[in-house]
Design a protein around this ligand. Structure first.
Ligand code: ZN
Length: 59
């Protein structure tokens, strides 16, 4: 029984959305990034990059 995915998502909280563009996130497209102990959810790495360049490390 290996891990299904590397991502450790808790999708029981329904309605996860990309914090950058607002797209719905599912197990197939989820991209997560941890900053300061908080996990941020995105639909792709590009959105994560945009988000963090906009908000800096101060989130
Ligand atoms: Zn996005």
């Amino acid at each position: 029984m290996g891990e299904k995915m590397k991502l450790n998502l808790n999708l029981k909280q329904d309605e996860l959305k990309c914090e950058q563009c607002g797209s719905p996130i599912n197990e197939g497209n989820a991209y997560t990034e941890e900053k300061n102990g908080k996990i941020h959810y995105f639909c792709c790495s590009h959105c994560a990059e945009k988000y963090f360049s906009k908000h800096g490390e101060n989130i």
